[in-house]
Design a protein around this ligand. Structure first.
Ligand SMILES: [Fe+2]
Ligand SMILES: [Fe+2]
Length: 281
């Protein structure tokens, strides 16, 4: 395993890192004193918050690698440079989100430190496809599927989060996730006509695989209701940004069928059929 820490105290790039975040208007959220949170929340809720926000820290950081991995494919696809800037910017956003999640961990008494898997999944190469179609598929997976689901889940968590600094954290993250999803939908709509005959049909067949992968991954990642938190502490759990697991899963399925599928269909891609036959060849 590798170590992931949000602590930059000993790094020579600390000031540069802070300067870049400031230039992007990425400010830190002011944290309440630990004592106030200890009074406001039951210990089981604080422990669950540390655990959940640490997982989010790892996931957000992993997303930085995903967007960074799209950039070489966009370059190979001769995309316009604005798309490359947006993808690179998204990678920086995800690092910033990881630091914000680390701050929430700290506020609830944990360390912004985690172990994470030693190697990352590589961006699929889709052998046999031209560079443009390869880039479109991967940008579509990341923006139209992953990030569109993230927008729905984070919007829901934000709705429930009554704790002001948790809500302020989600307020900073949400508009970025909206921009990340937009990258997918705009790039797909813009590039589809250039992919030649049969492109919509090929995308539909790809979506059978992509939907199956998305479903497996989201069901794995989606927060389980922390089993240690008794039902009467539900309001406290929601206040610190922890959704109920079953509700998060049904929100995932609604997002696919009510948001994602119709948007593909509007582009002439038969995503309803792909969702119904996900995982089949
Ligand atoms: Fe993010
Ligand atoms: Fe994102």
């Amino acid at each position: 395993m590798r170590t992931l820490t949000m602590d930059t105290a000993a790094s020579p790039f600390r000031a540069e890192h802070a300067r870049i975040l400031r230039a992007h208007e990425r400010s830190a959220v002011e944290l309440p004193p630990g004592e106030a949170l200890r009074e406001r929340y039951d210990e089981t809720v604080r422990v669950a918050a540390v655990h959940a926000w640490r997982e989010r820290m790892v996931n957000e950081h992993r997303s930085a690698a995903v967007f960074a991995g799209l950039v070489p494919q966009l370059i190979e696809a001769s995309s316009t440079i604005d798309v490359q800037t947006v993808a690179l910017r998204a990678a920086t956003d995800e690092i910033y989100h990881a630091t914000l999640c680390g701050e929430v961990v700290r506020a609830f008494g944990g360390e912004a430190l985690a172990t994470a898997e030693p190697t990352l999944m590589k961006m699929p190469e889709h052998p046999g496809l031209a560079a443009l179609e390869r880039a479109v598929r991967n940008v579509t997976f990341v923006g139209c599927l992953s990030e569109t689901v993230a927008v729905a889940l984070i919007a829901e968590e934000r709705e429930l989060a009554d704790e002001p600094f948790v809500r302020a954290t989600l307020d900073r993250i949400l508009p970025d996730e909206v921009a990340h999803a937009r990258l997918g939908w705009l790039y797909l709509a813009h590039s589809l006509p250039a992919l030649g005959e049969g492109a919509a049909g090929r995308m539909g067949r790809y979506l059978r695989v992509a939907f199956a992968y998305l479903e497996r991954r989201e069901i794995d990642l989606l927060p389980l209701t922390p089993p240690t938190i008794p039902a009467e502490l539900r309001a406290q759990r929601e206040a610190v940004g922890l959704c109920e697991g079953g509700a998060a899963r049904s929100l995932f399925y609604r997002t696919v069928t009510e948001v994602i599928v119709p948007r593909f269909e509007a582009l002439g891609i038969d995503a309803a059929d792909a969702w119904q036959h996900r995982g089949e060849n």
